[in-house]
Design a protein around this ligand. Structure first.
Ligand code: HAM
Length: 424
């Protein structure tokens, strides 16, 4: 047993080979969000605990048992590591009055923290890319959020399926809630402990139960769909029409209720059966009441968040790889004059945007060439004292067949630059 300190359970290091892929993914995501007119918001990882209690709901798994909450001993405040990004985004929007001149399209990425039981695809520190469109009423924005996801899936070469539902508005949910309470109360004998506890506080979540003994009861429970007002139905129709017009396939799942309390009307999840139990790669919906509930002027809102670990696992499961950056050149050198010249050549290459790794630590040409190969660079730039004296370099292709050639520095730079532009 080693007594070395390890990372916290459920929290992973992202080592260079993996973070290369993450950077490739992030570059795709940033460009995708730019094309849709979304702008980045960065909020603190710590927030007052009350924010998440109010936004996500007191009787949710996240707030009841998954939050990393502690008291700041310096001032006695209760703080929580953010379990998600919607609450913080809305808090920031209200605090800085961002909606004063109309709707805002925002996005964020970063670590989120939930004290869940770790397993494949479920971590205690995980990462999301989240998108929030605040101030937009119509079904068009809901559809846009979904269409933009589909666009990203195409670019990543993955094909999760879309489940869609509507949760209606406050009044219809209240009516449905009363009916659910009456229904479950009349079947007390079948309810499990969780259901009994939630009967009066959050009966909608009973519908979400994974307990097989409760399935038949849940199947026959009163349906929210039967309580929906015309306006909510029209909104849902509007979303579906736009999705069809954009060729997006979906399945309506009346059981989709989501684990956070702030949703109303449209909710959706992108799911896959390729990742085992943790098959939801992206989820979201409309949350029209949250801005007001957190103290802002009433404003409609909708958004989603995707789990980066799950998405990248899905890309990998499909045998795809995301292009990762490799150096254009690895510069090997031996001799004092060669070293000084190698620094100059490296500087010239970098100054025109070429990724050049300069060998450090000495060693024979042979051992340096091994490092050059391992770096996955496209070319080795070889410099001995001879080359230095002649202000030349020897260029050797490492990724394709080809002889090594000795050329003027300017020619070598031009050559590597051309190859690097072709690559891009
Ligand atoms: P959520 O469904 O709690 O929604 O999380 C969104 C996504 O984050 C999940 O679909 C999943 O891919 C990923 N995820 C959640 N928990 C974990 C975990 N423990 N390990 C790995 N991945 C995880 C939200 O967070 C909402 N804020 C989404 C939203 C934004 N709704 C409106 N705007």
């Amino acid at each position: 047993m080693s007594n070395n300190i390890q990372s916290v359970r459920g929290m992973n290091d992202c080592l260079p080979d993996v973070s290369d892929t993450w950077q490739g993914f992030e570059a795709i995501v940033r460009d995708w969000l730019r094309r849709y007119g979304y702008r980045e918001i960065r909020t603190p990882i710590l927030e007052h605990t009350g924010l998440f209690k109010r936004a996500i709901g007191e009787v949710t798994d996240i707030v009841e048992k998954e939050m990393y909450t502690f008291v700041d001993e310096l001032n006695g405040e209760s703080l929580t590591l953010r379990p998600e990004g919607t609450a913080s985004s809305v808090r920031a929007v209200i605090q800085h009055n961002l909606l004063y001149d109309g709707g805002k399209r925002l996005w964020y990425t970063g670590p989120m923290f939930r004290h869940e039981r770790p397993q494949k695809g479920r971590y205690r520190q995980f990462h999301q890319v989240g998108v929030e469109a605040l101030g937009f009423v119509g079904p068009d924005v809901d559809a846009e959020l979904i269409v933009m996801c589909a666009d990203l899936w195409r670019e990543l070469g993955i094909a999760p399926t879309l489940q869609l539902n509507t949760l209606g508005d406050h009044e219809s949910r209240q009516r449905h809630r009363q009916k659910l309470i009456a229904y479950y109360a009349s079947h007390q004998d079948v309810l499990d402990e969780d259901a009994k506890r939630r009967l009066h506080s959050n009966p909608l979540r009973i519908l979400d139960s994974k307990n097989p003994a409760m399935q038949a009861l849940n199947d026959a429970a009163p349906k929210l769909m039967d309580e929906l007002e015309d306006e909510a139905l029209a909104h849902f129709d509007g979303v579906q029409t736009l999705l069809r017009a954009n060729g997006i396939a979906f399945e309506i799942n009346p059981r989709l209720v989501r684990g956070l309390d702030y949703y109303n009307r449209t909710v959706f999840e992108w799911v896959t059966d390729q990742l085992g139990a943790q098959g939801t790669v992206c989820a979201g919906g409309r949350y029209d009441g949250l801005v007001e509930q957190l103290g802002g002027k009433p404003a409609p809102a909708a958004g989603f968040a995707m789990g980066i670990e799950r998405l990248l696992a899905l890309v990998e499961a499909g045998g795809r790889t995301i292009a990762t950056p490799t150096p254009d050149a690895y510069i090997v050198h031996a001799g004092d004059a060669a070293q000084a010249f190698a620094w100059q050549v490296a500087g010239s290459l970098r100054s025109i945007g070429i990724a050049a790794v300069l060998h450090c630590g000495g060693g024979s040409f042979k051992s340096q060439m091994k490092k050059a190969d391992a770096s996955r660079a496209r070319y080795a730039v070889i410099i001995g004292d001879d080359e230095a004296a002649a202000q030349q370099v020897t260029l050797k292709p490492l990724r394709e067949a080809g002889e090594q050639t000795r050329v003027e520095v300017a020619r070598a730079i031009q050559f590597i630059q051309e190859a690097s532009t072709q690559k891009a």
